[in-house]
Design a protein around this ligand. Structure first.
Ligand SMILES: Cc1cc2nc3c(=O)[nH]c(=O)nc-3n(C[C@H](O)[C@H](O)[C@H](O)COP(=O)(O)O)c2cc1C
Length: 444
């Protein structure tokens, strides 16, 4: 992966107030499939590498132990299983890739390997699989768990999950299908083998009851941010998702990933990181600033609390009138949630000894929930300058996944019509799709 690549994060098209903002769809209600098809067509016209769909199945209920605020304010709810939508989008496009998310903590690898094989067929080899360990209790409760597995156990399970999927995708050789009309022989049994996997988490006999898909394996993506998560990503990921917005955090991630890749005997230059980056572009700086400010002026504590508590797995309604950040981080970690994320970011920014009042914490939470704490806001030229500088400073491998805009579809239209052409004009983005599969496109 040598050039810069760009993806759009389409995980949230309506939530967190997007549905009501200027520039949002009128008369189109989530989850209208034609809406997604239109985005896919227009993103492909702009030459975007991939549309990404994150997932979490639980309705946020960590804040005060209730789903009501999330439902009332549309916080990360509603969300669909996006696999059928990807099939619909693939039917109206030819080049753009699709990233789909499933949890290795809750799903079974046989089901997922088979589904992704089918989707790789349907998309003609344009599928990526973002495998997540899941940090949320509300997800766990939907799959019969009282609590989350321990953080490192979740990653052990992910490693075994991917081992099983990979063995299943390899269990039918590419040349197994004979289809000899004269003899009537359909396939060569010597090339279709059970995997006979017996492990700590899964027992799977195999083989996969399907034929190899165009990419063989979907492009594997992983987004672990902790040392344990990064070690797992180095084992198998073709592409990494990272948190953008803090150059020092990005550089730490890149250095840790490179060391982990070397430890796995892999070439760090072949594995790019797509940095999740929120961008607001306007024809002028004033226009972009006005869009950002209009978002900041409309929110509620309940909505912020529901968002943050869900994402951290920690009930922020329990926070007292003031907090010491290091102590808050320890409490969040003790609750079984990830050590990175919102509170980890505040500790990095201000230090573990720093205190914040509850109101200050929520103001930071508001900026975090909207992504406005790390948004690049400006004209296409100034944002392209910042991205090019950041790309060079983070190893020149990978690129950007632009976060779900705060208004849809106008936010993506701004990116497609202003920013992406500017990056292409400068030669940062390739002039056209390089190959016919997502893997080939991302390899250039
Ligand atoms: C760009 C990006 C996309 C992510 N998408 C999801 C997702 O769809 N579902 C999910 O549960 N977690 C998602 N995550 C969270 C990561 O999978 C991971 O839990 C997080 O980075 C914390 O890593 P850690 O478990 O190693 O601490 C995403 C993270 C990033 C950076």
């Amino acid at each position: 992966m040598s050039g810069m690549h760009v993806a759009y994060d389409l995980s949230f098209t309506h939530t967190e107030g997007r549905w009501a903002r200027a520039g949002s769809w009128v008369g189109r209600t989530f989850p209208d499939v034609r809406m997604y098809q239109e985005i896919a067509v227009s993103a492909e016209r702009a030459g975007i590498d991939m549309l990404f769909f994150g997932d979490g199945s639980g309705i946020p209920d960590t804040w005060r132990g209730s789903i009501d605020p999330a439902v009332e304010w549309g916080i990360q709810w509603p969300r669909q299983d996006m696999s059928p939508f990807i099939a619909a989008m693939a039917a109206v496009t030819n080049h753009i890739g699709f990233g789909l998310t499933y949890s290795s903590t809750f799903m079974h690898p046989f089901y997922v390997a088979r589904l992704l094989n089918s989707l790789d067929h349907v998309t003609g080899g344009r599928l990526a699989f973002n495998v997540v360990a899941s940090t949320r209790l509300s997800d766990a409760a939907n799959y019969g768990f009282d609590g989350l597995l321990d953080h490192s156990k979740r990653y052990e399970r992910m490693e075994e999950f991917i081992d099983v999927c990979t063995a299943l995708w390899d269990s039918v050789a590419a040349d197994a299908i004979v289809m000899d009309r004269e003899t009537g022989r359909f396939a060569d049994p010597a090339k279709v083998k059970p995997i006979n996997h017996r492990g700590e988490f899964f027992d799977v006999k195999g083989p996969l009851s399907s034929v190899p898909s165009p990419q063989g394996h979907p492009v594997l993506v992983q987004a672990g941010n902790s040392p344990r998560g990064i070690a797992t990503s180095a084992r198998f990921a073709d592409v990494i998702f990272g948190f953008g917005g803090s150059l020092s955090g990005q550089q730490r991630h890149r250095v840790a990933l490179d060391a982990a890749l070397v430890a796995e005997g892999r070439d760090p230059s072949a594995v790019g990181i797509l940095w999740a980056t929120q961008v607001i572009v306007g024809a002028t700086q004033g226009e972009a600033d006005a869009r950002r400010d209009s978002v900041l002026s409309f929110w509620s504590d309940e909505a912020v609390g529901a968002f943050l508590s869900h994402n951290s797995g920690f009930d922020f309604s329990t926070v007292g009138p003031s907090v010491v950040l290091g102590e808050l981080r320890d409490t969040v970690v003790a609750s079984g949630a990830s050590p990175s994320g919102f509170v980890g970011g505040l500790v990095d920014e201000f230090g573990a000894d720093h205190s914040l009042s509850r109101a200050e914490l929520f103001e930071h939470g508001w900026r975090s929930a909207t992504g406005l704490d790390h948004t690049l806001c400006g004209t296409a030229e100034s944002v392209a300058d910042a991205l090019e500088e950041n790309f060079a400073a983070t190893g020149s491998r990978g690129g950007y996944m632009f976060s779900s805009p705060l208004s849809m579809p106008s936010g993506f239209d701004d990116l497609s019509q202003l920013l992406v052409p500017e990056l292409r004009r400068r030669g940062s983005l390739a002039p056209q799709y390089a190959g016919s599969t997502l893997r080939e496109n991302l390899a250039s």
